[in-house]
Write a protein that binds this ligand. Structure first.
Ligand SMILES: NC(=O)C1=CN([C@@H]2O[C@H](COP(=O)(O)OP(=O)(O)OC[C@H]3O[C@@H](n4cnc5c(N)ncnc54)[C@H](O)[C@@H]3O)[C@@H](O)[C@H]2O)C=CC1
Ligand SMILES: O=C(O)CCC(=O)C(=O)O
Length: 519
């Protein structure tokens, strides 16, 4: 039996899980071993931390060490989603009536709380999904900055005055919230992505039902704790954790959820879109990438090598903006490859909590298996494995989901590793003779998220900006890297053609009204 002890009296939102106790019989004595007690994180509905109606919990494991349980999270049901939607609906009327600046004040307070807890939440993130601690800290700081940006958004314009053909009339646009918004997020940016969806949703007057990836549900609960501590009114943000096929699906199908914002795989994104269209809900999808980098013969080679490594391998390649195809002009191909390999061999791979580690494990066993299966496909389909390709299981790494950074060459455009999103530290090097050839191959993909080029030639830069099919176009910089004040999103199958972040967020999270007033 689970015995839960509430720590609410001390202002805490967790419960202690006494399942960690075990009994041992030693020298005639019955000894209770406390072991390490783990926190159980609850759903957050209508301002209360509550258990799922299923009574089921799931351990969230550290991908660097599967013996390390980060915490227990709720395996909820559609019934819990119904309760969360009901709370969000009830909260909506009063929340939307607050002024934008007033709603912004709550976001400023949440930013302060998150900033105070930066180190602790970053450490939880590293333990839960493996990215290195400096990267995790950078991401939490980004979360703080996003909250402050959208807090300020509460004071900015929500419409414009348009001259009417009737000189005695006033015509203008204004914006209203959608209502209840479902936020479905992945595990690869467990702080930044939820915050860049939740912050604009609530500052524009919506209320939220938040379903994070189960792999990073502890980190998600900690974000929600920050909103709770900031005094956000009950029901404005609700958290329900559990399986995507159960909780995510219930959100997609719920008749009282008016908008769904999703980041994750194309497969799931498409089903969400179909369900949203079927019931007339608004939706926004950010999905995969197969992002190219083009390195031309006049490039600054050191910079191009650094950026390829950083863009392709940081966060173990688990970014939708990660570099995965590298098109290198023939005349510099060998020297680029040599420099790339020399640098990659020096990367330290290990537990992201350890100082000096550059690349952590894959975020889960499933993700490790996916990456290894793509590497195997690359070999079977005839690409040349130049470096890596193996799981790392020596010493402490035996307990984690580590894979070597992996480089392929002789990759042809029809190979699986040139076409599908791998979401791991795998780079395909492809030799090209000209910018035109590079552009044509780079565009030969269903995706269109991010792309970069290395060249000193302004004409080639301009041709790239014009002709590359990508929502994020980067010159002499890595393919990853998103600024919170700028629109973010992809072309083709990388997104639902909408944009997130910056001022662009207003387009999804509000509905526009055109008003005509005649005195
Ligand atoms: N664009 C991006 O940033 C991301 C892309 N991916 C891609 O997806 C692959 C698989 O990763 P997963 O974590 O399995 O991604 P996923 O698309 O299954 O999960 C993303 C979110 O959707 C939820 N979800 C899952 N099934 C659902 C359903 N039927 N209805 C509604 N929501 C559902 C998940 O619980 C999670 O919160 C990766 O290898 C990568 O290629 C994954 C995460 C982020
Ligand atoms: O590159 C970034 O900072 C953001 C990437 C992203 O949104 C993703 O991987 O889901």
């Amino acid at each position: 039996m689970n015995l839960y002890f509430s720590d609410h009296d001390q202002g805490q939102t967790f419960f202690q899980d006494r399942m960690q106790r075990s009994r041992e019989w030693k020298g005639g004595e019955d000894i209770i071993k406390m072991g390490t007690e783990k926190q159980t994180y609850l759903n957050y509905i209508n301002g209360e931390w509550i258990h799922s109606s299923t009574g089921k919990i799931k351990a969230s494991l550290n991908p660097a060490d599967i013996d390390d349980i980060v915490g227990y999270v709720q395996e909820s049901s559609a019934e819990d989603v119904n309760a969360a939607v009901e709370a969000a609906r009830r909260a909506q009327a009063a929340w939307r009536k607050l002024s934008g600046p007033k709603r912004g004040e709550y976001l400023f307070r949440a930013a302060d709380v998150l900033e105070k807890r930066l180190d602790e939440i970053a450490e939880t993130m590293t333990r839960e999904m493996g990215k290195t601690l400096p990267e995790a800290k950078g991401e939490v700081q980004r979360g703080v900055n996003i909250l402050r940006y959208y807090a300020g958004e509460g004071m900015r314009s929500i419409g414009e005055v348009i001259p009417s053909t009737d000189s005695e009339a006033l015509m203008f646009t204004t914006r209203v919230p959608l209502g209840v918004v479902g936020v479905i997020t992945p595990w690869n940016f467990p702080v930044a992505i939820p915050i860049w969806k939740i912050a604009p949703a609530i500052v524009y007057g919506n209320t939220v039902v938040f379903k994070p990836a189960q792999e990073t549900a502890v980190t998600a609960a900690k974000i929600v704790e920050c909103f709770d501590e900031a005094g956000l009114p009950a029901g404005v943000v609700n958290l329900v954790t559990g399986k995507g096929s159960v909780i995510g699906n219930a959100i997609a199908e719920h008749p009282h959820i008016h908008g769904i914002t999703f980041t994750g795989s194309n497969e799931v994104g498409k089903t969400i879109a179909q369900k949203a269209v079927a019931r007339g809900a608004k939706y926004q999808l950010e999905m995969g990438g197969k992002n190219p980098v083009i390195v031309l013969e006049d490039a600054d080679l050191d910079r191009a090598v650094e950026a390829t490594i950083s863009g392709g391998l940081r966060s173990t390649g688990q970014k939708c903006t990660a570099t995965s195809r590298v098109f290198v002009q023939s005349s510099i191909y060998e020297s680029f490859k040599e420099q790339l390999l020399a640098k990659i061999k020096q990367l330290k791979i290990g537990d992201g909590l350890e100082e000096g580690v550059w690349m952590g494990p894959c975020a889960s066993q499933k993700q490790l298996e996916t990456v290894l299966s793509y590497i195997q496909k690359g070999i079977e389909e005839g690409a040349t494995l130049v470096y890596g390709g193996q799981r790392l299981t020596d010493g402490e790494r035996a307990k984690g989901f580590y894979v070597q950074p992996t480089i392929f060459e002789n990759v042809s455009p029809d190979m699986t590793i040139a076409r599908e999103e791998i979401f791991g530290p795998v780079l395909a090097l492809i030799k090209v003779d000209s910018l035109e050839e590079a552009l044509s191959l780079a565009n030969d993909t269903p995706f269109g998220l991010s792309a970069s080029i290395f060249t000193q030639n302004i004409g080639k830069m301009l041709a790239f900006i014009q002709d590359i099919e990508a929502g994020l176009v980067r010159i002499n910089e890595e393919s990853a890297g998103v600024e919170l004040q700028a629109p973010f999103g992809g072309m083709k199958q990388s997104s639902s053609h909408s944009r997130e972040q910056g001022r662009a967020a207003i387009e999804f999270f509000t509905a526009m009204k055109t008003v005509f007033v005649k005195g």
